[in-house]
Design a protein around this ligand. Structure first.
Ligand SMILES: Cc1ncc(COP(=O)(O)O)c(C=O)c1O
Length: 460
């Protein structure tokens, strides 16, 4: 990195930190305004350093600040400095995680994370895995392994109606992946949830039986540990018993809340996970590493290689397969996304990760208590979750969330369950304290009090 850019980098980081503090919700730039508000066009000739840094800094100022105290919009938040350090160094080193020759000990870093997680899950010594580009990719890998374990699809393509099962509350990547891998969206059975948003296991079994009677080939069940909206945990034990009975692959999508495995208090939500065939968690969610860092582990090392390795004599020239991770991952060139989790985990220990997880549940308790103590709020979500879903004064959630954003007050999303639409607060930012959670509610209250006509309050 040249000296000038290095100095500018420090300045830019300071700028971001200042902006997070002073303008935690950057003024939104609409798509229509983009080209006027920002100098994005790429021209033929070089520009001066001064002009470049000016454009770059304006772009940064106007970009949403996902680590600010006012960002509650998605399942990411906060900044773990040690993880950021690892991520930045990974960029400077620029290894590609396909061979031991090119990535060297960084392969050991990835192996350590995968092995340690497999051990914590209670997986056998035959477990293996990879760091994938996100929860969607981890789910994809699980689905491919399951398909290949049950069919000749690797060579022949899908020859039968192969059926997979997931709950209505599961992540959209399951259906998308089904189409990408040649299974087809129509072969996805969306199982209804119970009143807590968890998969109804009786319905799951009934659907499997129906498909078997119709001569279809059930092959895969996805359970979710932390559903995207409510943060509900499907019952892994019951799903495992059904999968065993009918010979199906069980995957646990823990992208959102699988990190409870690090907590003595909350890992009970994953009871039965040792019976699953594969598991994933996104460390860029509850553990707060920079995007992206999703750990995918499976009990079936051999299947992982059979599904994801291809001969390439120009690439794989030395070492055992396990130390050439290009043979067990989707990509060829692959960023070193392991290092940021390793730098975090190494420095704060498993106990430090546990504290991050526990703190998020404590903040969620603070939020639920606030809602229960204040009569203008209605709570729609349940205990034991870091998603807190509510409405305030019955204002339509979509409208309130939009107005809060347009007025640069808060970034918070909305969702729905059983016909109710609500604001979804997530307490995933471990940098937050009780104060930020109370501030969140008070910001809404002040905003509503000042803007009752915009929000058309009298009509609700
Ligand atoms: C349950 C669940 N699975 C998968 C994903 C996708 O994860 P990622 O954003 O890491 O791709 C999400 C994202 O929110 C999720 O909530």
């Amino acid at each position: 990195m040249d000296q000038n850019d290095l100095e500018q980098f420090q300045e830019i980081v300071q700028l971001i930190l200042r902006e997070e503090e002073n303008n935690p919700v950057a003024k939104p730039v609409s798509v229509e305004e983009l080209s006027e508000a920002l100098d994005l066009n790429l021209q033929d000739d070089p520009i001066s350093d001064e002009a470049f840094y000016d454009s770059f800094k304006t772009l940064i100022e106007k970009t949403p600040k996902t680590s600010s105290r006012s960002f509650f919009n998605q399942l990411i938040g906060g900044r773990r400095s040690r993880a950021l350090l690892g991520d930045l160094v990974a960029s400077v080193l620029n290894n590609s995680m396909y061979t031991y020759k090119v990535a060297g000990p960084m392969v050991g870093v990835e192996r350590e994370i995968v092995n340690k997680l497999a051990q914590m899950l209670g997986y056998s010594n035959e477990a293996s895995g990879t760091i994938a580009s996100g929860g969607s990719m981890s789910n994809f890998m699980a689905m491919v392994l399951a398909r290949d374990a049950k069919s000749e699809a690797v060579q022949l393509g899908v020859q039968q109606q192969m059926i997979l099962y997931t709950s209505e509350a599961s992540h959209y990547s399951i259906a998308k992946n089904a189409s990408l891998m040649g299974i087809g969206r129509k072969q996805v059975r969306f199982i209804p949830t119970n009143e807590l948003g968890e998969m109804d296991m009786n319905q799951l079994e009934l659907e499997i039986q129906k498909d078997r009677a119709a001569n279809n080939l059930p092959f895969f069940v996805n359970v979710t540990s932390g559903t995207t909206v409510l943060g509900a945990f499907d019952n892994i034990h019951e799903a495992a018993a059904i999968c065993k009975k009918y010979g199906l692959w069980l995957h646990v999508d823990g992208a959102y809340c699988g990190s409870v495995i690090f907590s003595e208090k909350y890992k009970q939500f994953l009871n039965g996970v040792a019976l699953s065939d594969s598991f994933s968690l996104s460390a860029h969610k509850m553990l707060g590493t920079p995007l992206t860092c999703s750990i995918f582990v499976t009990q079936h090392k051999q299947q992982l290689f059979e599904s994801f390795s291809s001969d390439a004599s120009y690439l794989f020239q030395s070492e055992k397969d396990e130390y050439n991770p290009g043979k067990s991952s989707f990509q060829c060139g692959r960023r070193n996304d392991a290092l940021k989790l390793w730098t975090l985990w190494k420095s704060i220990g498993t106990k430090g990760l546990e504290k991050l997880v526990d703190h998020q549940f404590e903040l969620a308790d603070v939020a639920r208590k606030y809602i229960r103590d204040h009569k203008d709020y209605t709570l729609y979500s349940f205990d034991d979750s870091i998603s807190i879903c509510f409405n305030y004064k019955n204002i339509p959630a979509k409208l309130l969330s939009k107005e809060l954003y347009m007025h640069s007050k808060l970034m918070v999303s909305h969702g729905s369950f059983e016909g109710n639409q609500f604001i979804r607060l997530v307490t995933i930012n471990s940098d937050n304290t009780e104060k930020e959670i109370i501030d969140f509610f008070e910001t809404i209250e002040h905003f509503v009090a000042k803007n009752s006509s915009t929000l058309n309050l009298n009509n609700h």
